[in-house]
Design a protein around this ligand. Structure first.
Ligand SMILES: *Cc1c(COP(=O)(O)O)cnc(C)c1O
Length: 458
């Protein structure tokens, strides 16, 4: 007989106490943080869903591997272990470790981009966009139309619009040094990309002789969605599917803080010898020698082991199901969100939940702050604050105003998820009373990290 309850496929070996605070304490804390949850001390947060980046729990095997770390400056044994694990998965020739994903992005884009160049992608993640724009190039988002409508159901809402990509390649081909696809599509709701779509990108890149890179941060979650949803894939292992995804590309950028199941790290991988040589030279300048790239030997060990564990099916089953379980609870309470839910997070549609707050009064910030004040749950705005700033400093509504509740890997249990559901439903009941916000100070780029706000009418 098959049991229906999906349990956490691990048991707890070590625990970390989380602190309960009163609503009054939280109101004070969020005011002191300029109404920006990035500026809160994490100790004042009960359930931290700010990000799934670097926040996962390592396994006892990973902690054990740390002790095997070889801290030799050059040619460390841990590097070869790391390189072999990445190669086994991706098949790429050149494996360049970096301290996290954005370092891989910066090195890649600084190596290959010039002013006026264009990089197509389904949706660029915020650091990806910023690292392209800082080179004077354009980050062009070409996700399928369904991917831009939160309520619309589609099994692969992360797919890139192949016709729009072809049009870009025809019109701007001479300015496109690389085509990218982000798996899963974080900024578009953690939505997966199908193998069929990746094959379509490959065919276009072959026709126009362009290299194709994956932003591979959540490759394992994407592979599991392919197994669940794409015709003819159900019998394959997530690892086999991931290997095929990588085989369709010429390289990737990766944050090991996501599907590397590590607390820090990343890599840039590719087949092109000339690009790899230039990238390594830049790496030496800013990250470190090519066999450690800004990481300790023990980090390389943890990532090598993490890349094996992340494609295990019981883990992916629990992971994807936890998110879906939260989404089901919220949906039955009528909370608007991106549907179907993504792989690492539930994305609440703050613009739809708070129609009385216009985008330039930041409905996402209003919802994030209410969740913190009411329940000590920390989410993050993915909307007008994050994406509503032109490089010239002017403001416009972001494509959507979302609040992402991202789950750290292997950290929270079902009762934590139940608590979060209760909190969101409570805030949603009182949505009409929430105030909008204005910015009191903000930097010119990536402003969401450090901007300060004031509630309107206070
Ligand atoms: C997190 C992330 C990055 C950047 O990686 P960091 O390790 O945070 O620098 C790039 N792309 C996507 C899709 C991501 O989720």
């Amino acid at each position: 007989m098959a049991f229906r309850t999906i349990i956490e496929p691990f048991r707890i070996k070590s625990i970390e106490t989380i602190k309960t605070t009163t609503p009054e304490e939280r109101r004070k804390a969020i005011a002191a943080a300029g109404y920006n949850v990035f500026l809160l001390p994490a100790a004042d947060v009960l359930i931290d869903l700010l990000t799934d980046s670097g926040t996962g729990a390592m396994s006892s095997a990973q902690w054990g591997a740390l002790l095997q770390g070889d801290e030799s400056y050059a040619g460390s044994r841990s590097f070869y272990r790391f390189r072999d694990a990445v190669k086994d998965l991706t098949g790429f020739q050149h494996i360049i470790p970096t301290h996290q994903g954005r370092a891989a992005e910066r090195i890649l884009f600084h190596t290959i981009l010039g002013r006026g160049d264009v990089v197509p992608n389904n949706n660029h993640f915020d650091t990806t966009r910023a690292n392209i724009e800082v080179e004077g190039a354009e980050a062009r988002d070409l996700v399928i139309a369904e991917g831009r409508v939160p309520s619309l159901l589609h099994p692969f809402k992360g797919n890139i619009d192949l016709a729009a990509l072809e049009e870009s390649l025809v019109k701007d081909g001479d300015r496109i040094p690389v085509v990218m696809v982000t798996v899963t599509n974080n900024s578009g709701g953690g939505q997966p990309v199908s193998l069929e779509n990746l094959r379509g990108v490959r065919a276009l890149c072959d026709r126009f002789m362009k290299p194709f890179f994956l932003d591979a941060c959540r490759f394992a979650e994407n592979a599991y969605f392919i197994k669940l949803r794409e015709k003819g894939q159900a019998h394959r292992t997530p690892k086999e599917i991931a290997q095929e995804m990588f085989s369709l590309a010429d390289g990737c950028t990766m944050s090991a803080k996501k599907d590397g199941l590590a607390n820090i790290g990343g890599f840039l991988a590719m087949n092109d010898d000339a690009w790899a040589e230039e990238a390594r030279n830049l790496l030496i300048l800013t990250e470190g020698f090519p066999t450690y790239g800004g990481l300790a030997g023990y980090d390389l060990e943890a990532i090598a082991r993490g890349l094996e564990e992340v494609v295990e099916e019981p883990y992916l089953h629990y992971r994807i199901r936890s998110i879906e379980y939260l989404a089901e609870k919220l949906e039955s309470g009528g909370v608007p969100m991106i549907r179907p839910p993504g792989g690492h997070a539930v994305y609440l549609d703050a613009r739809a939940l708070l129609p009385h707050i216009p985008p330039l009064q930041y409905p996402g910030i209003a919802l994030v702050n209410a969740l913190y004040e009411v329940a000590g749950v920390r989410g993050v705005e993915i909307g007008t604050v994050m994406f509503g700033l032109h490089p010239d400093g002017s403001e416009h509504p972001g494509p959507m105003d979302l609040v992402r509740l991202a789950f750290p890997r292997r950290v929270y249990t079902q009762s934590h998820v139940d608590y979060v559901a209760e909190a969101v439903l409570e805030v949603a009941r009182n949505a009409a009373a929430l105030p909008g916000y204005r910015i009191t100070e903000a930097p010119r780029a990536l402003r969401h990290f450090t901007a300060r706000f004031q509630p309107l009418g206070s």
